[in-house]
Design a protein around this ligand. Structure first.
Ligand code: HEM
Length: 439
């Protein structure tokens, strides 16, 4: 078989295609997929990139972690913050960590967190007033952060007084869409206020995590939070590793779920029929307040969350780096290049989705055509051995937060079209004001 270099858009000298990518990564990737097909070659920020648009190729890459480990661009910057936790490590070290941590995310443990998920959401809606305006993303961020931190450390610790919430927010400031260009280009010593705040926040979180760890090691308590799970693990983790994993959860474990919920509410407010169908299911399933058993019964609520993640996948692409020259069909992809798996593009590909731009949760209900779709036409949580470890946690949480909120409130949008920024995660560009209305 003769092989050839994949086609792709012509770039500028030095810049390559960076300017097209930077203008609108989602549109750029969609146009490339439409025009060039299965494998598209382009150059961004000096990387020789190959975007794959066939679900079978996505499957091959995600499932073969030896040939396709993570690309440095998705781990280097992050490692400065979270160290060598699950998200950033690789090889044998990652394999041992994954095995040790996996049990903490079994459904039998996630059940323990359901009550926290509902209670912290109740705290959020307690602050809402009929006809008042709140920022949708901020409300979801605060709620999911409180849930995560309590699931990690337990409810009896005054996390606010320890400055943990504020520190996590400051730690994530450099990755806000408007701050990212500076974050990625400024030298480490640059006197940029939000970067220095993030450094101080990280020191604070470090101290807090070690402090909580020491307290736990001293007092042998019967607890079921994530920290206890790591401490009890057969793998006997060193304090530094537990610190790295805790920081990883703080980093990876709430923003993506908050974004999913933001998109869920945005889509519901534009699709009153879907919202009405959701209310019907809630009325049927939920008694006084939502429970984990209700989550097992939800069908439409789950489909709403999945359909929102199809249209707006928070992880809008996944990156890998081949350790050897590989071929996809007739196309060559060289060792050391950047392989892009464009979640956004596959989730909107009309080969697999009818009217892909439309919000139709019914697609995910049994009996619909879902069985005809290839496995990796939908992969909001990645796939293969490095599939998101928090998938069940996030799906349970999104449904419980949504059910708790939607049982009592609707949120009317006070903004025009949702403008998006495909930064590290897919984020709304500006504020997302909504009016809270009691049902
Ligand atoms: C809707 C919410 C979420 C989405 C869309 C999401 C998405 C993803 C994706 C796509 C990956 C794979 C990245 C890759 O292969 O390069 C991933 C990995 C990961 N996620 Fe999530 N995630 C979510 C929630 C969570 C939660 C709640 C936690 C923890 C509490 C979490 C912790 C992690 C960790 C530790 C990894 C690395 C796993 C490994 O490499 O072994 N995520 N996530």
């Amino acid at each position: 078989m003769t092989t050839q270099s994949p086609p792709g858009p012509r770039g500028l000298p030095v810049l390559g295609n960076t300017h097209q990518w930077a203008r609108d990564p989602c549109e750029f990737r969609e146009e490339c997929a439409d025009e060039y097909g299965r494998v598209v070659n382009f150059e961004i920020i000096g990387w020789d990139a190959y975007m794959l648009t066939d679900p079978a190729d996505v499957k091959r890459v995600l499932e073969d972690t030896d040939t396709f480990p993570k690309h440095d661009s998705s781990t280097d910057k992050l490692r400065e913050i979270v160290g060598d936790g699950l998200l950033t490590s690789g090889g044998d070290r990652w394999e041992r960590q994954r095995e040790a941590i996996q049990p903490a995310f079994f459904m039998s443990h996630i059940k323990n967190y359901a009550e926290i998920m509902v209670s912290r959401t109740e705290d959020t809606i307690e602050g809402w007033r009929d006809g008042a305006t709140v920022d949708l993303r901020e409300e979801m961020m605060r709620t999911t952060l409180e849930i995560l931190v309590e699931a990690m450390f337990g409810e009896d610790i005054d996390l606010a007084a320890r400055g943990i919430y504020d520190a996590v927010e400051a730690m994530q400031e450099p990755l806000k869409p408007q701050n990212q260009p500076v974050t990625f280009l400024a030298p480490d010593w640059a006197p940029v206020p939000f970067l220095r705040r993030a450094d101080r926040a990280l020191d604070h979180l470090d101290a807090q995590v070690y402090d909580l760890l020491e307290e736990r090691r001293r007092a042998d308590t019967d607890r079921e939070d994530l920290l206890a799970m790591l401490l009890d693990s057969d793998a006997e983790m060193a304090d530094e590793q537990i610190r790295d994993e805790m920081l990883t959860f703080l980093f990876a474990g709430h923003e993506t779920t908050a974004l999913t919920l933001t998109y869920v509410w945005d889509l519901l407010s534009r699709n009153p029929e879907a919202e009405a169908r959701l209310h019907e299911e809630l009325a049927e399933v939920v008694d006084e307040r939502p429970t984990i058993e209700d989550v097992f019964e939800f069908e439409y609520a789950e489909a709403v969350v999945e359909e929102a993640m199809r249209l707006y996948p928070p992880a809008h692409e996944i990156r890998r780096e081949p350790t050897e020259d590989v071929t996809f069909g007739d196309y060559e992809v060289p060792e050391g290049s950047l392989v892009v798996l464009p979640t956004w593009v596959l989730h909107r590909d009309d080969r697999f989705w009818d009217d892909p731009e439309e919000f139709r949760p019914e697609r995910f209900l049994d009996g619909e055509a879902s069985a005809d779709r290839p496995e990796y036409a939908f992969f909001p949580f990645g796939g293969g051995p490095r599939r998101c470890i928090g998938q069940q946690f996030a799906m349970t949480e999104a449904q419980l937060v949504l059910a708790t909120m939607a049982s009592e409130w609707t949120l009317d949008r006070d903004y025009g079209d949702l403008e998006l920024s495909a930064a590290v995660t897919l984020q709304p560009k500006g504020d997302v004001p909504v009016t809270t209305r009691r049902r």
